[in-house]
Design a protein around this ligand. Structure first.
Ligand SMILES: [Zn+2]
Length: 298
């Protein structure tokens, strides 16, 4: 019942598989030039005059078009000015911080004191699996050869091996699927760690990061393959981190059931599922990543 409810209510129509036309490709190439080489806004806006034959547009219109094509839209949430909580879930309607009693809004009663910017995960996973070279790279997990006498990756760990024989359940509802039964299912890891953005380390910020374990280990932790979900702005350690993770949990629930995407290798639409993850909160960055992997999987 739950599965079919989500199937019809959450899965969006499949638009993937359509090729971008030449105009859109030109626009995206020009915009990637700006992003990759730090072109100023004025320099970008002058491109359409330098190359009048090219289908270029203003920066504002270009960004609007690319946002539409990508289906990606950052989401703003209000948060406590000291980053105690994010006003999501049970805190959504509160007007003062439940931890430090600071006002949610400025004196005008409508402008929030602080924002937390959340960068949705699903559109980016969709884009990854719909890209043929990236999709091939992500076949690493399903093609991994398990040797019971060796541990070479997290996919040799006991936890992952047991999940392969476990049906997916959400709440009390058992879904008609098994963990990682589809070779395209994605294994994700979550990490966060406080860091001091300024020399005087009296302020901390907390980046929220997702790792894609379907990618081979050598490339997995490269900057271009790490997915940022945003940063808890600080200046203090969050009192309720869960409230900042609320939007991520909502997305993970959707992903556990499946989200429609296009398979560029088989040329068919399918449900991409994230079905496995670990969470870690740590204070010493990647050192603890290794520790957590040890604890969770090995
Ligand atoms: Zn507070």
């Amino acid at each position: 019942m739950l599965f079919w409810y989500y199937y019809f209510n959450i899965l969006t129509p499949v638009l993937e598989g359509k090729l971008l036309d030449d105009d859109d490709l030109t626009l995206i190439r020009a915009y990637s030039l700006k992003v990759n080489y730090g072109l100023t806004n004025d320099a970008y806006n002058s491109l359409r005059f330098l190359f009048p034959q090219a289908p270029l547009d203003t920066l504002k219109n270009t960004e609007k078009r690319i946002q539409f094509l990508s289906g990606f839209q950052p989401v703003q949430y209000h948060c406590c000015p000291s980053s105690c909580v994010c006003y999501t879930g049970p805190y959504e309607t509160l007007s003062t911080c439940p931890k430090c009693k600071a006002d949610r809004y400025k004196s005008d009663g409508k402008t929030p004191q602080a924002y937390f910017h959340y960068l949705p995960l699903i559109p980016r996973l969709r884009a990854m699996v719909s890209n043929s070279s990236y999709a091939k790279k992500m076949q690493y997990r399903s093609k991994h050869q398990h040797d019971p006498t060796k541990i070479t990756d997290i996919f040799d760990g006991a936890h992952y091996r047991s999940l392969l024989e476990t049906p997916v359940t959400i709440g009390d509802e058992e879904l008609p699927m098994w963990f990682f039964s589809d070779p395209r299912d994605i294994a994700l890891g979550f990490s966060t760690d406080g860091f001091g953005p300024f020399k005087q380390r009296n302020k901390t910020a907390w980046p929220l990061i997702i790792f894609n374990y379907n990618i081979p280990p050598k490339e997995r932790f490269r900057k271009e393959n790490i997915i940022s979900l945003g940063t808890i702005p600080g200046p203090k350690k969050p009192a309720d981190t869960d409230s900042f993770l609320w939007p991520l949990v909502q997305e993970l629930l959707q992903l556990a059931i499946g989200v429609s995407a296009f398979d560029p290798i088989a040329q068919v639409s399918f449900l991409v599922s994230f079905l496995f993850y670990h969470f870690q909160m740590n204070y010493k960055g990647y050192f603890y990543v290794a520790c957590l992997l040890d604890c969770c999987f090995w």
